[in-house]
Write a protein that binds this ligand. Structure first.
Ligand code: FNR
Length: 359
């Protein structure tokens, strides 16, 4: 009965001490294909691991006798105040993890006041997600090989109320996903799990990734939409310089969670040179391997304005649907707050590079 199943969840919930406990339950609940698609990376998954391990090499320099009785996790991005610097990375095909898919994620993000980024390859369309959750969404764009189709995608996102377009620039082609790769191909052509954003607009022969994409896309986007433009997938100072030259509004330091090019550095190792180049002129966000409040603290200390998380909220989604996403967000926020108290930083601005060593 429903009563029994909710009791099961209550018992399990007490077990969720950290996001890895959600990962554990997700592995019991989801099928093998979904687990491989979610947790897999390119080649031997070395960059997936590097993203996580690199945080462990950085140490925190805590300060003492600072009033930490009240903590603010507020941050400002693109002229708007956000309750927390923890944002949900765009993740495609979320119905594969749980039947409620992106709608569950969006409802959790609204309830817990986190920003969500909707993937181009979401199962529910960006309009449906916005309508069902009332979320202010950001839209992640994979420009197609056909600009007319891409334009319709942008129109769809703007109609759904998106004010920020996150342009993913690390996917001219799909990475060598030895684990979960065949599943991804199946997902793209699946009749059951549709890619909602492309319904009725994807024309014959249009590729959903464009290997011909260059910096020219930025002026085209400026001319064809009113959204802020954020580049996702920057990993070098050279491209940070170009991002400034082309006038983008923000960047996300990302290696796609280690799913695209193997042997890239961990994202936290890429961050210093990019922060140095950007010098606070536009927001710099980071994702990849963030599993603990201390990871978030370290990224903010090194100079990120906010962080994004991918797999951790998906483990929650796979395990328990909307409630699981809420638990993942609660855990990470509670960890961040406690870590800020222990380190002596009552607000996000106070978390500076003096608080970390070893990066
Ligand atoms: C992704 N990521 C991703 N990125 C993107 O720009 N568009 C997308 O559709 C997807 N889809 C996707 C699916 C799955 C299953 C994963 C795990 C990741 C990458 C994602 O936005 C983010 O960069 C990483 O997930 C961050 O790393 P962690 O937090 O998963 O370690």
């Amino acid at each position: 009965s429903g009563c029994q199943s909710s009791r099961f969840h209550e018992d399990e919930k007490q077990e969720f001490k950290n996001v890895f406990d959600l990962e554990g339950l997700s592995e019991k609940v989801m099928g093998k294909d979904a687990i491989d698609y979610l947790n897999g990376g390119a080649d031997d998954s070395k960059t997936v691991k590097a993203n996580v391990v690199a945080y462990q090499k950085i140490q925190i320099r805590a300060r003492r006798l600072i009033d930490v009785s009240t903590i603010s996790t507020k941050v400002e991005l693109f002229g708007q105040t956000y309750e927390t610097p923890i944002i949900l990375s765009p993740v495609g095909f979320q119905k594969f993890f749980h039947q409620d898919g992106e709608v569950a994620t969006a409802k959790a993000s609204v309830k817990k006041q986190h920003q969500m980024i909707v993937s181009s390859v979401s199962n529910y369309s960006v309009n449906e997600i916005a309508a069902q959750s009332q979320a202010d969404l950001w839209f992640q764009l994979y420009p197609t090989t056909n600009r007319e189709v891409t334009k319709k995608l942008l129109e769809r996102a703007e109609k759904a109320g998106c004010k920020v377009c996150v342009l993913t620039v690390d996917t001219p082609v799909i990475g060598n996903r030895e684990r979960g790769g065949t599943t991804l191909t199946k997902l793209i052509y699946s009749k059951e799990l549709k890619m909602g954003n492309y319904e009725g607009i994807l024309t014959e022969g249009t590729g959903i990734d464009d290997p011909g994409l260059t910096w020219e896309i930025i002026s085209w986007l400026r001319a064809n939409c009113d959204m802020k433009i954020v580049l996702k997938g920057i990993v070098t100072r050279e491209d940070a310089t170009l991002a400034l030259e082309y006038g983008v509004d923000g960047i996300i330091v990302s290696n796609h969670g280690g799913r695209q090019l193997e042997s890239l550095r961990s994202t936290i190792e890429c961050l210093p040179e990019i922060v140095e180049e950007i010098k606070g002129r536009i927001p710099v966000l980071i994702d990849g391997g963030i599993r603990r409040g201390t990871d978030i603290f370290k990224a903010l200390a090194i100079g990120a304005n906010a962080v994004c998380i991918g797999r951790p909220f998906c483990w929650g989604l796979g395990a328990l649907g909307q409630e699981g996403v809420e638990i993942a967000l609660d855990i990470l926020k509670a960890e961040l707050i406690r870590d800020m108290q222990l380190a002596g930083t009552p607000s996000i601005e106070k978390i500076t590079c003096d608080f970390v060593i070893g990066f």
